[in-house]
Design a protein around this ligand. Structure first.
Ligand code: EPZ
Length: 436
């Protein structure tokens, strides 16, 4: 075990200036191993605040957001030791945590808000920064605050911080989320674990990452169970016991590589993932013409010669088509024969990649939250600018099939959520290099 924080590829010194040069067209061929899920690891790491005893978390992806969450936990007083490859951490609470979650850390990684539920249920006190918006939307946290209030959290918002100060322990309650929210569901599950009595949560988000958080907490003795498709029953307990848990694989990374195989007419084996977590996406890729065979933990995908269009693809909550694969599918549909359309119903501003795809030759018309994609595009290389994490990877996909060398700037967005992406892609035939 090492105390030192993670170093290496994704935290290069002048990270802001890092760019990719991608020479297309390419065809993906070979095998790719999927890393641990960032969106499962973040709530699981935040929930370690609940534990008095040592906790071991395995299969962490080496991405910037995990680094930031670990720094946030350290700033709160958790003692963190790393395995040599930094994919396993041993977290122990030396003494009472501090309760101040600073803007500087929460600002760069919105999931920092997930420590709020843990701090309030454990210490009845917290000063947690509001996460602030990001490029894809305002990203308010009203559903988080309403639910925690129902559990008894008293708070006021001052100077961009949530000052929570609650008399005594949180009390179990009957809560119904007015809208399905991944983060609000996670925050409330974490808080309810140590509340007094029973909490019922209705209209929960049920993404696989939430099931992973539940399985992790249950491995520490938490009493949580589904009593309906979107209804959870949580019985508060006094304390959690020591546990060791391996985070699930990243279904969005897997979905991204499946799209890449389809886009390039490639032949790719994707290992380390239970295919059922991307069932919807695989059905869609078969619809556009891909040949897909799955075994317990492998997806074998062969891209079609001709990509068929999809008349209207709508992003929805799990188990429907995920917003985190919207940009990637848009690149695929640019190459499809005929018109397609995509409706983004989760975030209010998640079409930043469209302007960049147009620079590569795409013909896309935006009407409110609907994108009409004219298809039959042959991408030509260009210089591009990344924006949010998933829009950035969509630019890499487009550059892979564009004729010539494209430059993709500000790839620190990519480093937040994709582990070692250039090496993984190079290994399966993509001509990509990082310029620092
Ligand atoms: C999680 O964000 C993911 N992030 C996002 O992935 C993902 O796109 C999103 O879920 C939807 O699947 C992590 O898991 C760390 P939400 P989250 O609460 O929890 C609005 C990525 O690329 N809303 O389900 O913030 C919200 O603005 C990221 O890895 C409120 O209005 O998503 C959005 O429009 C991007 N008030 C919608 O609900 C609230 O209190 C869904 O948000 C909370 C959310």
């Amino acid at each position: 075990w090492q105390i030192s924080g993670p170093k290496g590829s994704y935290t290069s010194k002048n990270i802001i200036m890092d760019k990719f040069i991608v020479k297309g067209p390419s065809k993906l061929k070979g095998e790719i191993a999927i890393s641990g899920s960032k969106n499962a690891a973040l709530p699981i790491l935040a929930s370690t605040i609940l534990f008095d005893k040592e906790v071991i978390i395995k299969n962490l992806p080496r991405v910037k957001d995990i680094d930031t969450m670990i720094n946030l936990l350290k700033s709160l007083g958790s003692e963190i030791k790393f395995s040599k490859d930094k994919k396993i951490v041993k977290i122990t609470k030396k003494n009472k945590h501090k309760i101040f979650a600073s803007y500087s850390l929460v600002r760069t990684m919105r999931a920092g808000i997930l420590v709020l539920g843990a701090l309030v249920t454990k210490y009845q006190k917290s000063v947690t920064s509001l996460p602030g918006g990001c490029l894809i939307g305002a990203r308010p946290v009203n559903y988080h605050l309403n639910a925690l209030k129902k559990l008894g959290m008293k708070y006021e918002i001052k100077k961009g911080y949530i000052y929570a100060n609650t008399k005594g322990k949180l009390e179990g309650a009957k809560i119904r989320f007015s809208k399905i929210s991944v983060g609000a569901t996670e925050n409330t599950i974490i808080a309810a674990c140590l509340a007094n009595g029973i909490t019922t949560l209705r209209n929960c988000a049920i993404e696989p990452e939430i099931v992973d958080l539940i399985n992790f907490l249950k491995s520490g003795g938490a009493k949580i169970k589904f009593v309906g498709k979107r209804t959870l029953k949580i019985e508060g307990i006094k304390s959690l016991k020591s546990t060791s848990y391996s985070v699930m694989s990243d279904r969005i990374e897997a979905g991204t590589f499946c799209v890449a195989a389809c886009l390039t007419g490639g032949n790719l084996k994707i290992n380390n993932l239970y295919p059922k977590v991307i069932k919807t996406e695989l059905t869609l890729l078969k619809k556009v013409g891909a040949k897909i065979k799955t075994t317990k933990k492998q997806i074998h995908i062969i891209g079609p010669k001709k990509i068929k269009n999809i008349s209207n693809l709508v992003t929805k909550e799990y188990p429907d088509f995920p917003t985190d694969l919207q940009a990637q599918f848009m690149v695929l549909l640019c190459k499809a024969k005929g018109k397609s359309s995509i409706t983004e119903s989760i975030f209010e501003n998640r079409f930043m990649h469209v302007a960049e795809l147009r620079r590569l030759g795409a013909e896309i018309i935006i009407k409110k939250n609907k994108a009409l994609i004219l298809g039959n595009t042959s991408f030509k290389a260009a210089e591009l600018m990344s924006s949010d994490l998933r829009a950035s990877v969509a630019l890499v996909l487009a550059a892979m099939v564009a004729k010539g060398s494209s430059i993709i700037n500000r790839i620190y967005h990519l480093d937040r959520g994709y582990e070692n992406i250039e090496n993984k892609l190079r290994k399966v035939g993509v001509n990509i290099k990082r310029i620092s």
